[in-house]
Design a protein around this ligand. Sequence first.
Ligand code: EPU
Length: 361
Amino acid sequence: MAVRCEQVDLAGYTTLRLGGPARCFVEATTDDELIDTVRRADREGEPLLVLGGGSNLVVADAGFPGTAVHIATRGASVAAFHADRRRSDGRLLVRARAGEEWDPFVARCVEEGLSGVECLSGIPGLLGATPIQNVGAYGQDVSETIVEVRAYDRESGEVVVLDRDACRFGYRTSAFKGADRHVVLQVTFALEPADLSAPVRYAELARTLGVEPGERVPLRDARDAVLGLRRGKGMVLDPADPDTRSAGSFFTNPILDPDQLTDLEKRVGDRLGPDAVFPRYPEPDGRTKTSAAWLIDKAGFTKGYGRGPARISTKHTLALTNADGGRTDDLLALAREVRDGVRDAFGVTLVNEPVFVGVRL
Ligand code: EPU
């Protein structure tokens, strides 16, 4: 296990390429190394940052005044693919370590004829991060397939297994998000052995595939269509293209209760005229999700907006990007301007989606 206390810049470990140095940096290649590092930090009262793929992370320019442990635990998923553990509902259990890269894992599932994560193709980052924010896209999220998370519990000092209920999944959230209590070690997915995707739910994806919502398509077609859509929105990382240098969606899509919805209808009408319509997605609890990208755009922050290195992507309004030479403070200044502008125009306060380390909006 390599422990380096010569101030490693965290910018190299985030997809935004932002963030100052950590006081100590540890690369953990096994679960034991990971647990030992966390135990030591907790014993010594040392602040701890668990780093995955860094694709959903905004780190302060000042860096992190503690130990950053980079999860590099790999190698278990291949064996798991042959374990062939079948549940009573016919789904197969696939277990993988936190340090596996997510997209190669999805590609492998598609190749092996396992259905349930294909719409989550092209998402950067590590598998162990997916339960934390209940990663979702194109009508799927991991809460539908995760059955178990094995984690180190920093409160009890034990390795624990959480079932799906204990994970308390919600829209872009879970029991793990913001709590820092658990360090994810392994995740178990229950996937359907099938050559067809799960029923396509996202209207844009169904249109791209030329099917009706609810139909199923060959797994590979679903993956290819999602990758194409994501690329078009700058949501597939391309090191050569600063327009993709982001943390994905910078804000969550607001979920409004009926009063807030009525207020938004009025403000949209006042601002854009009586015929203006805004995106509405009904939630099971009676509330309504709307589109942060739409609100940002209509508040006047269009694609490419920004000064200097921090800009709204030219491909998607919800991705804030960082060009060469940028600092976290530049990005945050843009994020605050966007949040305040949307609040002034529409009375909705956008909330950041990525995890913030040492910074706030
Ligand atoms: N829109 C705009 N301008 C844009 C893009 C979108 O006005 O530049 C409006 C349109 O009305 C569009 C609607 O926003 O119909 C929805 O856009 P999109 O399908 O791109 O999805 P999103 O709501 O912006 C969410 C997730 C993404 C995920 C996509 C696809 C959140 C915060 N974001 O984005 O997840 O890939 O749906 O399912 O829920 C992420 O979390 O980092 C992420 C990329």
